[in-house]
Design a protein around this ligand. Structure first.
Ligand code: NAP
Length: 289
């Protein structure tokens, strides 16, 4: 039976550390990290995510602001709001909650956020830096996965890592982080021979958005399994992309859904915002005291 990776507990430790470092920043430099979230439309999941991000920011002692626009908002209005946030020195992190309505050009909106305030790590400059192995803001979910691996003592070096999914927000960046950590990485998609590839994985990361796509019997005995998926099944229950009941009989470690990767994403967002505030503070006169 696999050991459960308790993302909730590990995320709580990260958030407590972030709150402590935020107190130090405030006392030493007079700077309070500030996170601004832009939300468009009435997607119920987005509303829940934004509320939990704001709550986490406030618990860490940050300033947090939400800018909510109706579905009918124009591209120009969103870009204007982002420009104001870019210019506001109290705002260190700007996050645009995805998905955006169809009439909005998401690429243009993401690219409008200053790279140093792009705490989601989605800006092309940050994506490029990640690809090139340079410093930059890294996306939260992949960062959270790497932190979970570290927490369980799983070093990817030399392991065969298989990533299911090639999105810009999870699949591609986690593949690059695993490669940087010296794993041998395969990236799977709809044209891949999924069962065969999954069966080779010492370390499996699944981010497909398809309920229980990866069958438990495919998993190599002893593999570490990270399930990023968050789906509602036919009964309305939250399930991952991996058939947990069987996979947990074969894996050595496995993340539950919920309570695995999800809480880590929020914790890493807080850490990215804190780091953005620290960087900004290093260029400003000291406001403490
Ligand atoms: P996405 O943009 O929809 O990408 C899904 C990827 O999975 C695509 O590359 C797709 O392949 C692949 N895929 C889908 N069905 C497949 C199948 N039957 N066989 C093989 N590959 C398949 O998804 P995403 O934004 O990365 O999100 C993935 C999941 O993670 C979702 O459930 C999402 O809710 C969840 N998520 C969770 C967190 C968190 O914090 N826990 C954060 C982000 C996302 P193609 O490229 O060939 O279409």
């Amino acid at each position: 039976m696999a050991q459960l990776i308790d993302g909730k507990a590990i995320a709580a430790t990260v958030r407590a550390q972030v709150a402590q470092e935020a107190r130090v920043l405030r006392a030493g430099r007079g700077v309070v990290p500030g996170l601004a979230v832009v939300r468009v439309g009435e997607d119920p999941a987005s509303r829940i995510y934004v509320t939990s991000k704001r709550k986490a920011a406030e618990e860490a002692g940050f300033n947090a602001w939400e800018y909510h626009f109706e579905d009918t908002v124009s591209q120009a209005q969103i870009l204007d709001q982002i420009r104001k946030l870019n210019e506001n020195a109290a705002v260190h992190g700007v996050l645009v909650q995805l998905p955006l309505p169809r009439h909005v050009n998401a690429e243009e909106v993401i690219s409008a956020v200053l790279p140093e305030k792009d705490v989601d790590g989605f800006h092309p400059v940050n994506a490029g830096n990640l690809f090139l192995g340079r410093d930059g803001v890294k996306p939260c979910t992949p960062l959270g996965i790497m932190h979970l691996l570290e927490a369980i003592g799983c070093d990817p070096a030399g392991k065969r890592a298989v990533v299911v999914g090639r999105s810009n927000i999870v699949g591609k960046p986690i593949a690059i982080l695993l490669l940087s950590a010296n794993a041998t990485v395969a990236i799977c998609h709809r044209k891949s021979q999924l069962e065969r590839e999954v069966g080779l994985a010492d370390l499996l990361v699944v981010a497909a958005g398809a309920p229980e796509l990866v069958k438990g019997r495919w998993i190599k005995p002893g593999a570490v399994v990270i399930d990023v998926g968050m789906n509602r099944n036919a009964e309305g229950k939250l399930v991952g992309d991996v058939e947990f009941s069987v996979a947990s009989q074969r894996a050595s470690f496995i993340t539950p859904v919920p309570g695995g990767v999800g809480p880590m994403t929020v914790a890493m967002l807080m850490r990215n915002t804190l780091r953005a505030a620290e960087r900004a503070a290093s260029f400003q006169p000291n406001r403490a005291g």
